[in-house]
Write a protein that binds this ligand. Sequence first.
Ligand code: NAD
Length: 331
Amino acid sequence: MKVAVFSSKGYDRQFLQAANKEHGHELVFFEPRLTPDTAVLAAGFRAVCAFINDQLDEKTLRAIASQGTKLIAMRSAGFNNVNLGVAAELGMTVVRVPAYSPYAVAEHAVGLVLMLNRKLYRAYNRVRDDNFALDGLLGFDIHGCTVGVVGTGKIGQCFAQIMNGFGCNLLGYDVYQNPDCLKMGMKYVEFLELLAQADIVSLHCPLLPSTHYMINPDSLQHLKKGAMLINTSRGALVDTRAVIEAIKSGKVGYFGADVYEEEADIFFEDLSDTIIQDDTFQLLQSFPNVVITAHQGFFTRNAIENIAETTIANITDFAQGRVCPNQVISQ
Ligand code: NAD
């Protein structure tokens, strides 16, 4: 089947081509994001393969459907950027990669915790500058801390397991209780109670209307003063401006994020020679207790291999008329 692969980088090409060897699809790689303006590139392709910052809104979906596209193959777990209602109305099938390596994202979240606590980003630069002073690098023992896991699905569970290994007390908030987390000794509490009790809060739930801006001026009032907030899930779980105010007041003691609500215009590109116009982002990254990475939580060899293999298998299922277990059904 002819597949237009959008937002593609060298690594996508490498791993998708390797996974495609025995499937024989015709993969054509496009670097631009899929938007209403670039939808024309998908003309004549029955399948479009997209990523997290592609814009699969009503306008784009109608454009690509009118050009013959029938399948949207997301090479991600999240699908909040796809208008599922419109896709269903247009008779398009949407598939995704529900699990490729929860360890990759959970380990990255733990990396942010360690980096912020022990200020490894500052320590690294100091030593390279022959500055061996320790002032300003004071951390705290993670052992014995209370860690709040918001969303205790696959990634949240892995994160909880690692933090359990550190000797933390685990609190969880989710619409369902995960039996494996309960076995670890996790105590489920209401969201605001979790914010009030946890020293470290890590977000691992999907972006839905019910979770949009769950970190906002009101919920931040409940946060334990000086707590660490980690977001490796989706940027819009967090009202960034509210977090900036909470950092300035000392309510948020540390903020680590692998995602940003307006990341689509900046992440995954080298903008080092450009003047970034997003003042909120620039202000956020100016604070000494903030670490931002550019949506790299998923970026391990194991995860990328799994994403490529599942994506190609999903496309083959569709091409051969089989029911794909990874189809996303509009609610
Ligand atoms: P999952 O479906 O296994 O777990 C999500 C959990 O969130 C579920 O237990 C679900 O019940 C819970 N949830 C749903 N609605 C909720 C609500 N209103 N309040 C609290 N909890 C709620 O998903 P996962 O594989 O663990 O992935 C979690 C998220 O991580 C994804 O949705 C995606 O946004 C993000 N993610 C980020 C990266 C990255 O590279 N940074 C990579 C993959 C996934």
